[in-house]
Design a protein around this ligand. Structure first.
Ligand SMILES: Cc1ncc(COP(=O)(O)O)c(C=O)c1O
Length: 383
């Protein structure tokens, strides 16, 4: 077959997914060893995973948990969130950012988002603050850090707690340090398609040592397992001061995470290479708007979101080229489960963003030739 025929064939069978599970080949040996070690719940592997994650983010005040959703619930519990309290949140995120609020019978006030990033608009937060407001929660959309300083300074002025939902943003940086170090609580997800996966799993980083100690106990029935290390017979003899949850990570999940951590540098490098390539190559395409990054932010490019005209036709066209696209998350304020939080207040930034946003493949599986192919397809559609 001639090389031209090869090329035609390659184009015909191209199939570029939006997400792909990363599972290094050596995972199986590590997993086998944990599975037959005689210890599979939270134990030495979780401790080792936490140590290595701490080295990566540069903090010791972090805890592995069963999911990012549970990490948010734990953060809310640690601030004694409850009925009558209010939280200001971004509507443009995974439902997992907002659903934990429902557990506490509290109220969500929807902030607007910036139409050029999809991140929460700090200017829309302050007018929503009432004497009942207790916290602000927001996502770093696509892994692109929001204006963390602006949000923290509003929170400080009004005595509010902040939860950064960094489920998209593992490895992202803000002002030269890793996302994770800037707010009261920062939560990450290790769910199947994240930069690091443990199947399901999450991480919470606490700024305050008291929050850290409390959450360490809350994640496992109100008991800090480390206190009983090697003295398991004492575990149930001491008083449990407050009820907790079964939100711990187990050693099987931590083994998966440990097998992946050595690859995170390469994953981030490829995602950033692809993301920056799109930033450059798509900036001047009529009908396309590339998103802005905050000054001093270094996106993790978990997603590559762009704004496009004629979105439905664009999606069909990309599909015909074997390129997966998706909006990934729908604005939360339109779901019936959040109907009690509906207000007659315009969210113009969200309206503008929601009409045109779409994500294209940019992860570690997108090789340079694929990225060029994707750029060519976008250009072809808008020609
Ligand atoms: C922004 C955001 N927050 C939270 C979550 C929930 O993560 P988990 O599945 O680990 O609970 C996700 C999951 O994709 C997410 O995208």
């Amino acid at each position: 077959m001639s090389s031209m025929q090869d090329k035609v064939l390659m184009m015909e069978i191209r199939n570029i997914p939006l997400f792909k599970v990363n599972m290094p080949p050596e995972t199986m040996d590590a997993l086998r060893s944990t599975l037959y070690s005689g210890y599979i719940t939270s134990g030495p592997k979780v401790i080792e995973f936490e140590q290595k994650l701490g080295d990566f983010i540069c903090t010791r005040q972090l805890l592995c948990v069963s999911s990012c959703t549970h990490a948010i619930e734990l953060a809310l519990r640690a601030m004694d969130f409850g009925p009558g309290d209010e939280i200001i949140s971004s509507p443009l995120t995974c439902i997992a950012t907002n659903m934990p609020v429902m557990v506490f019978g509290a109220r969500i006030r929807w902030a607007d988002v910036l139409p050029d990033t999809g991140n929460i608009d700090p200017a829309s937060i302050e007018p929503l603050i009432t004497p009942r407001t207790k916290a602000i929660i927001y996502v770093h959309w696509a892994g692109n850090p929001a204006n963390i300083d602006a949000i923290n300074s509003i929170a400080k002025k009004h005595g509010l707690k902040v939860i950064e939902d960094a489920a998209h943003a593992f490895g992202a940086e803000y002002k030269g340090s890793k996302v994770g170090l800037h707010s009261d609580f920062v939560v990450f997800s290790f769910q199947a398609i994240k930069h690091i996966t443990t199947g399901d799993g999450g991480l919470i980083v606490c700024k305050d040592a008291k929050d850290f100690e409390r959450i360490k106990a809350l994640r496992w029935f109100g008991l800090d397992r480390e206190r009983f290390k090697g003295r398991d017979e004492l575990r149930w003899t001491l008083d449990i001061q407050e009820y907790g949850y079964k939100f711990n990570m187990n050693d099987i999940d931590a083994t998966l995470g440990l097998a992946q951590l050595p690859y995170i540098g390469g994953v981030l490098k490829t995602c950033r290479r692809n993301g920056r390539f799109y930033d450059r190559e798509l900036a001047d395409v009529p009908g396309v708007t590339v998103l802005r990054q905050e000054e001093s932010a270094n996106s993790a490019y978990w997603l590559y979101t762009l704004l496009v005209d004629r979105r439905e036709d664009f999606v069909d066209f990309m599909k015909s080229k074997g390129i997966a696209t998706n909006i990934v998350h729908t604005r939360n304020d339109t779901y019936s489960c959040f109907k009690d939080f509906k207000e007659d207040r315009p969210l113009p930034g969200l309206e503008e963003f929601a009409k045109r946003y779409i994500s294209i493949p940019c992860g570690w599986w997108v090789v340079e030739d694929d990225a060029q192919y994707i750029v060519d397809a976008v250009r072809e559609f808008f020609r």
